[in-house]
Ligand binder design. Structure first.
Ligand SMILES: Nc1nc2c(ncn2[C@@H]2O[C@H](COP(=O)(O)OP(=O)(O)OP(=O)(O)O)[C@@H](O)[C@H]2O)c(=O)[nH]1
Ligand SMILES: [Mg+2]
Length: 287
C-alpha cells in the first residue's frame, strides 16, 4: 500500500473519536489535580486546611495559562486543586477540538505547577460547553458554592484532626451536621467563619486588566502615564460571579496583590516557555 493510501486509511481511525465544540457555545475547561490528597498531605505536607503557598502555585498556574494569548482565555478561577478557564465565545483555539484542548491544557497546567513545586504533579482536564451567558454564570456560581462548602467542612475536619481525632473519627463527628452547627463548632474554638480570608471561602479570580504605569519621556522631559495590561489575581472576588468585561473592578489602579511567584513565573516563562509560543503579558496599549 502506498504511504498516502495508508495515511488516509489510518487517519479515519485516529479521528473517529474527535469532537468539536459547536460555534456559539462558551467553552469552559476544568483542570483538576490528580491525587492531590496524597500530594498535599504525604508527598509535600502543605498546611491544612489551606496553605498560602499551595494556593499561590495554583494562581500562578492560572496566570501562566492566561498569559498564553493564543489560548483566548478570558477568565480563570481556582479553588482547592482545581482551575476553571472560560474561553471567548468566538474562540477558535485548536479548532475547538475537545481532545486538543483537554490534552494541551492538562499538559500545560501540569508543567507550570510542577516547575514551581519542584516535583512532578499531574492535572486532568474536562471540557464543558455552555450554550449561553446565564449558564456560564451558573457554572462559576456552582464552583464558588463548592468552594464555600469545602471551606467550612475542611476547617471543621482539620480542627478535629488537630484536636487529636483520626480521619475516621473526624469524618464521623461531622456526618449529618448542619451548617449552623459547623459555624458554632468553629466559633467555640475561636474561629469566626465570616472572618476567614475570601480566597479560602470563594476561590481566586484571574483575568487581564489594564493598569497605569508612570514613566518619563526623556525627549520632552515630561512625566507620562502609560496604560499597560497585566494578568491580575483577585483574592477578594465578589460573592456573585461578574462576567468578564462587565466588571467594575477592571479598573486602572495598580494592584499590589500580584503573586509573589509572578517574579518566578516571569523568569520561567522567559527561560523556558516563550520559544514555544508564549507571548509577553505586557502589551502596551497607550504609550
Ligand atoms: N493541605 C492542603 N490540601 C489541599 C489544599 N487545597 C486543596 N487541598 C487538597 O486537595 C485535594 C483535592 O481534592 P480532590 O480533587 O477531590 O482529590 P484528589 O486526591 O485530587 O483526587 P482526584 O482529583 O480524583 O485525583 C483535597 O484532599 C484537599 O484537601 C491546601 O491548601 N492544603
Ligand atoms: Mg484532585
Amino acid at each position: 500500500m502506498k504511504f498516502d493510501d495508508l495515511d488516509a486509511k489510518m487517519r479515519v481511525y485516529e479521528q473517529s473519536l474527535d469532537q468539536i465544540i459547536p460555534p456559539g457555545n462558551y467553552i469552559v475547561a476544568r483542570i483538576d489535580g490528580r491525587s492531590f490528597t496524597r500530594l498535599t498531605k504525604e508527598v509535600c505536607k502543605f498546611d491544612a486546611p489551606f496553605d498560602k503557598d499551595f494556593n499561590q502555585m495554583m494562581v500562578e498556574t492560572v496566570r501562566g495559562l492566561i498569559s498564553d494569548a493564543g489560548m483566548e482565555i478570558i477568565y480563570g478561577y481556582t479553588q482547592s486543586d482545581e482551575i476553571s478557564l472560560l474561553f471567548a465565545p468566538e474562540a477558535v483555539v485548536f479548532g475547538r477540538k475537545v481532545r486538543k484542548l483537554n490534552s494541551v491544557l492538562a499538559g500545560t497546567a501540569s508543567a507550570l505547577f510542577s516547575l514551581q513545586l519542584g516535583k512532578p504533579a499531574v492535572f486532568d482536564c474536562r471540557i464543558c460547553p455552555l450554550p449561553n451567558k446565564e449558564l456560564v454564570k451558573d457554572y462559576f456560581r456552582w464552583r464558588m458554592e463548592d468552594a464555600h462548602r469545602n471551606c467550612l467542612n475542611s476547617w471543621c475536619y482539620w480542627t478535629l484532626r488537630k484536636e487529636g481525632k483520626n480521619a475516621t473519627e473526624a469524618s464521623a463527628e461531622l456526618e449529618g451536621k448542619s451548617i449552623a452547627w459547623k459555624n458554632e463548632f468553629l466559633f467555640q474554638r475561636g474561629i469566626n467563619f465570616n472572618d476567614l480570608p475570601i480566597w479560602q471561602k470563594r476561590g481566586v479570580g484571574v483575568y487581564w486588566r489594564n493598569y497605569e504605569k508612570m514613566g518619563h519621556n526623556p525627549i520632552t522631559n515630561e512625566d507620562v502615564t502609560a496604560v499597560r495590561r497585566e494578568v491580575y489575581a483577585d483574592f477578594e472576588i465578589p460573592k456573585d460571579f461578574v462576567f468578564p468585561g462587565d466588571s467594575p473592578r477592571a479598573s486602572l489602579k495598580r494592584n499590589n496583590n500580584l503573586g509573589i511567584l509572578s517574579l518566578f513565573w516571569n523568569q520561567v516563562s522567559s527561560r523556558c516557555l516563550k520559544p514555544n509560543g508564549f507571548e509577553d503579558d505586557e502589551s502596551e496599549e497607550n504609550e
